[in-house]
Design a protein around this ligand. Sequence first.
Ligand code: ZN
Length: 158
Amino acid sequence: MRSVVTFHYTLRDPSGQVLDTSVGAKPVTYLEGAGQIIDGLDEQLRGAAAGLKTRVQVLAAKAYGERDAAQVQRIKRTQLPVEGELNVGDQFQTDSDAFAPVVTVAGIDGDEVLLDANHPLAGVDLTFDVEIIGTRAATPEELHHGHAHGADGVGHCD
Ligand SMILES: [Zn+2]
């Protein structure tokens, strides 16, 4: 039986810097094994009960993947659909689609630009401090859709 889990998390990088947290905002709700959260976290939270507070280490390969050098490309500045100044570290989407990949400007060399399409957290081992808020059995509709319908199971699809 698959569960729907609701949890709060604080995400840190290997230096202990907080990268993201849900604490003080809405907790995250997901359907187990549906790819709604990163694989390594999903796997390690299987069977967790409400009230559990735990620290979960997720290696890069089970989080946002290892860095791939082939994802770094050199292109002409004029090929970029970006107006105005460009700086190393700038990030933008490759398309107007909200889910289009994000690329990062890794370098600027004259009229050429190095674009890195790796996820910003690729190659980074992650530590999650997790508090399980609640778990319940997934509804048939959720299993059919492949995602959770909110903490109480009566929410609408995102
Ligand atoms: Zn749905």
